[in-house]
Design a protein around this ligand. Structure first.
Ligand code: PMP
Length: 302
């Protein structure tokens, strides 16, 4: 596979309100975000010309910025429009969309209240997060080295760049051992999520998923809960002990990039992608293209 570097591609990137040629969308090395992780971002997908749950993603971007103590200098509607414009400008109808907001170069040092806040949006074709051949059979995960931090240790509700350091390290270690990803526990030792996706388990026709009280509350997770409930499945949101994995028949991970991906293994536990995982995978792919109606509000915790 030839690697096409992300800074050397054709196209246009929305950068602080205007489109700049892809290769010119640069920041200075003395950028606060690069040194102190003062950046928040989103990961979205456009399907057949529509960005799925666009405004939910934009709202989360603004909320993440607020949690990181900065204000995005645009309105929500402007960022929504800029995401759509970025896809249009690059002639993309099925793609991944990456908005990012960060502190600039005006101030160096931990405190940087006077720094300018920048926003950029890029979009590119990104067909499958996991190897498509592997996806249907279920991907193999190992346990991550790092745990999701407690909410009083880090701003866990934000989709903040700094929180991904432990994800990159955990996923690298997993890949080196031949796994597709790593499953992270939380600070208490409960099962939390994969490095870029939330997790569901199935036992006796009931879905179980961890409560997102110290990790990202995924938009796909909420969507999958809505689909499952509208299909008549019971969904239980609760703390899950790692030893319980022995008792689950199916497992799958969900996220805007990962979509619904069946899991065949988490460490010492194995699963067989079955009817529920595969039908939710199918339902999700129809929903995102407007081919499935789901009752709104079905994701409200019962
Ligand atoms: N957890 C993490 C750590 C993620 O990076 C993502 C992907 N954004 C998710 C969960 C899933 O979130 P969403 O469904 O909103 O994409």
């Amino acid at each position: 596979m030839t690697l096409v570097p992300y800074d050397d591609r054709d196209g246009w990137i929305w950068f602080d309100g205007t489109f700049v040629p892809w290769r010119e969308a640069k920041v200075h090395v003395l950028t606060h975000a690069l040194h102190y992780a003062s950046a928040v971002f989103e990961g979205e997908r456009m399907y057949a010309g529509e960005i799925f749950h666009l405004t939910d993603h934009t709202r989360r971007l603004f909320r993440s910025a607020e949690i990181l103590d900065f204000e995005i200098p645009y309105t929500l509607a402007e960022i929504d429009q800029a995401c759509k414009d970025t896809c249009a400008r690059n002639d993309l109808e099925d793609c991944y969309v990456r908005p990012i907001a960060w502190r600039g170069s005006e101030v160096m040092g931990v405190a940087a209240q006077a720094s300018r806040i920048h926003v950029a949006i890029a979009a590119w074709s990104w067909p499958s997060y996991f190897d498509p051949a592997q996806k249907a059979k279920g991907v193999a995960l190992t346990w991550a080295k790092y745990r999701r931090p407690a909410p009083d240790t880090a701003p866990t509700e934000a989709k903040a760049a700094g929180l991904y350091m432990i994800c990159t390290l955990s996923k690298h270690a997993a890949e080196r051992q031949g796994f597709a990803d790593a499953m992270m526990l939380d600070w208490r030792g409960y099962v939390a999520e994969a490095t870029g996706a939330n997790v569901f388990f199935v036992r006796d026709g009931v879905l179980h998923t961890p409560i997102p009280d110290c990790f990202l509350s995924g938009i796909t997770r909420r969507t999958v809960i809505e689909i499952a409930r509208s299909r008549g499945f019971e969904v239980v949101e609760r703390h899950i002990e790692p030893s319980e994995l022995e008792t689950f028949a199916e497992c799958f991970i969900v996220g805007s990039a990962a979509e619904v991906t069946p899991v065949a293994q988490v460490g010492e536990y194995t699963f067989t992608p079955g009817n529920i995982s595969l039908s939710l995978m199918d339902d999700y792919s129809r929903l995102v293209r407007g081919g499935l109606e789901v009752a709104q509000g079905a994701a409200v915790a019962s």
